[in-house]
Design a protein around this ligand. Structure first.
Ligand code: GTP
Ligand code: MG
Length: 260
């Protein structure tokens, strides 16, 4: 008689206790994410990861996201949630660099980049940590473009093509085989971040994602990719501007020229 296969479950697999207790800081940049931050903070705090901390990096959002973040600090305690308030909007890359530097200085062994808009699945955090610990990879990417990775149904053909093209563009110029080099859901081992020298990262905007991974590869760190489902933002607005897109077009060439 064939053995019964286990029932599929959407619950994340539990990690061994000492792995689950790994000091891991989720760095979350916010600009006008008042509608999204509460759900993200609650979902992260509910994970079975006692070593997980959340660091919100808010650029003085006019919609009061920074104040909402402070409410969550009061609710869960400063040892679990903290906020880095910055004076004004300087771009996602600058916010991530500041937050990740703070997280490493405060003792994180792993640092996870995560957007606040619900695009990156909270349900994958434990799995990514497990993969990072078991493979010893310096960077573990929550990847849209490996086998099993999927995109929101809300993404039309044009957006899918543009995203694919942007990945191929950066990957070809930089000569890497990373499948999701433009993706923003990345888990970093603390020593890889120290080696990269966050203070000297050039990118102010979205090219931060490409620049960081390229720096890691150049320094010899291993990269693994874990498939994710990428959701579309349902609340709030995208902060993608023309300037930021132009920076992303120019950055791979700049990085390649500098590496020579
Ligand atoms: N602190 C800070 N956060 C930012 C800034 N720009 C974007 N963010 C945050 O970075 C994350 C990603 O920004 P999005 O606007 O969702 O960009 P995206 O995901 O590339 O674009 P969409 O697909 O349209 O959502 C969100 O959590 C934003 O609130 C910024 O200048 N400062
Ligand atoms: Mg987004």
């Amino acid at each position: 008689m064939p053995s019964k296969s286990p029932k599929p479950t959407s619950r994340a697999a539990a990690l061994p206790h000492d792995w689950a207790a790994t000091p891991l800081t989720v760095v979350m940049p916010t600009y006008n994410e008042a509608g999204n931050l509460p759900g993200m903070a609650e979902a992260l705090m509910a994970l079975d990861l006692p070593g997980l901390r959340l660091l919100v990096v808010d650029d003085s959002s006019p919609d009061g996201t920074g104040d909402i973040a402070e409410e969550y600090v009061r609710r869960f305690g400063p040892e679990r949630i903290s906020v880095l308030h910055r004076a004004g909007k300087e771009g996602l890359g600058r916010a991530y660099a500041a937050g990740m530097s703070r997280a490493v200085a405060d003792g994180a062994r792993y640092v996870l980049q995560m957007d606040a808009d619900g695009s990156h699945p909270v349900s994958k955090v434990a799995e990514m940590l497990g993969v990072a610990l078991s493979t010893g990879a310096g960077v573990t990417i929550g990847s849209r473009y490996v086998q099993g990775g999927t995109l929101s149904d809300a993404w039309g053909a044009h957006r899918r093509l543009l995203s694919r093209w942007a990945n191929a563009y950066a990957g070809t110029i930089l000569g890497t085989r990373v499948r999701d080099i433009t993706g923003g859901f990345n888990l970093w081992r603390e020593d890889a971040l120290r080696a990269i020298d966050l203070g000297s990262v050039d990118s102010a905007g979205y090219s931060f994602q490409v620049e960081m991974k390229y720096r890691a590869l150049r320094r010899g760190y291993g990269i693994v990719e874990v498939p994710i489902h990428f959701e579309d933002r349902t609340i709030g607005e995208s902060k993608m501007s023309l300037m930021v897109q132009l920076e992303s077009v120019a950055m791979p060439w700049k990085l390649r020229a500098r590496a020579r």
